[in-house]
Ligand binder design. Structure first.
Ligand code: UDP
Length: 358
């Protein structure tokens, strides 16, 4: 199959601004290449694909980023800046796709979804967020009534946000196992990983660290400085160890030394890549049962789940995290979320869409 992938119009690949989509795209490219498919990627200028993905042709496009939808009001209108990166990537994508079988869009935005109804080439969409915008949800609903197969979701609970989707295609996500080393360290520090932004609930993990009188290692892009400094001010000084944004390789080395990952989403997390990355290193996860984490974590086997926002319960599970066998965590990822498993699910889905266009 000849597949053209369109990346997120927020940040270049490697910047961290694109969140989980950056890793998802790279995992998908690895999986598709290993299955023998031809892959081309349209991405913002300065983007780099992971080592091993060199066989995929990368087309770089310059332009202005979109504003992320999770930081706009639910009823905001669509805005497209002058010299739009998204429009530029789509133009390039359509041109390259003349010789391809399908365009696979990974940006959560209005324009590529709208194009599904207005161009001849099949466009498939991996929806990377829950319903964050009325205008996008309404458009998905409209396109879905003509092309019911063209949307895929990372988790069932994410898809539930789009109540009009009757039988959602769930593709999970994929992780290249070679990129993560299993570490059997049981007495390491506490970890938190993610974009530092209100929907990620960092403050609840700091609460747990504070109660335990320990530091919390925090990795990720500080997307919202005001939010970060507000949290810092509401707890004793020095409790947060700001570790910055690291490449996957550097991150997994450090994360693997930790005894637990605390995951505290305040929104319907579509999936939660960082959870699976921790598990791949052997690090169990304690999380709120909200969005993807509730489907990924096996309570009592690979970590623990609590009712959303129950910080005290979160704390009590962190206290007994030593009961989790770290090897079980790694095993779960190998069996359920490798790049090959992920790519096979995606290819089956794309085949179904292509039939629809014949
Ligand atoms: N990440 C990273 N380096 C860091 C911290 C985070 O590469 O230092 C990546 C991580 O690998 C994951 C992404 O940031 O792929 C966060 O994705 P997730 O699905 O957890 O949340 P999102 O940001 O998409 O809401």
């Amino acid at each position: 199959m000849r597949i053209v992938l369109i990346s997120t119009p927020i940040g270049y690949l490697g910047s961290g601004k694109g969140g989980g989509v950056e890793l998802t795209l790279n995992s998908l490219v690895s999986g598709l290449l290993s299955l023998g498919h031809l892959v081309e990627v349209i991405a913002p200028k300065n983007s780099k694909l992971y080592k091993g993905n060199e066989k995929a042709k990368l087309h770089l496009v310059e332009g202005e980023d979109q504003i992320s939808w999770q930081h706009q009001n639910y009823n905001s209108s669509v805005s497209i800046p002058d010299n739009s990166l998204l429009a530029g990537m789509l133009e390039k994508g359509l041109d390259v796709a003349k010789k391809a079988d399908i365009l696979l869009n990974m940006s959560y935005d209005w324009l590529p979804i709208w194009m599904t109804l207005n161009v001849d080439i099949p466009i498939a969409h991996i929806i990377s967020m829950g319903s964050e915008s009325s205008v996008i949800s309404n458009l998905i609903s409209k396109v879905y009534s003509k092309y019911p197969y063209n949307f895929a979701f990372h988790s069932k609970i994410q898809a539930d946000d789009y109540s009009f989707i009757r039988k959602p295609t769930i593709i999970g996500n994929g992780f290249k196992m070679d990129n993560y080393t299993f570490q059997d360290t049981v007495n390491g520090p506490l970890a938190w990983v993610g974009r530092v932004a209100p929907e990620k609930g960092l403050e609840d993990a700091v609460f747990v660290a504070n109660e335990l009188g320990e530091k919390l290692n925090v990795w990720g892009v500080v997307e919202d400085e005001t939010y970060a400094s507000k949290i810092e001010k509401s707890f004793p000084q020095g409790i947060i160890n700001w570790m910055g944004f690291l490449s996957t390789n550097e991150l997994q080395k450090e994360l693997g030394k930790c005894r637990v990952l605390i995951n505290t989403p305040k929104w319907n997390e579509a999936y939660g890549n960082v959870i699976v990355e921790a598990l791949a290193c052997g690090v169990p996860v304690v999380a709120y049962r909200r969005g993807g984490p509730g489907e990924i974590i096996k309570h009592g086997q690979t970590g623990y789940l609590t009712d959303p926002d129950d910080k005290k319960k979160l704390l009590s599970y962190v206290e007994i995290i030593g009961n989790i066998e770290r090897k079980n965590c790694r095993k779960w990822v190998e069996k359920n979320a490798s790049t090959d498993i992920f790519a096979i699910k995606v290819v089956n889905w794309l085949n179904k869409i292509m039939k629809e266009y014949k």
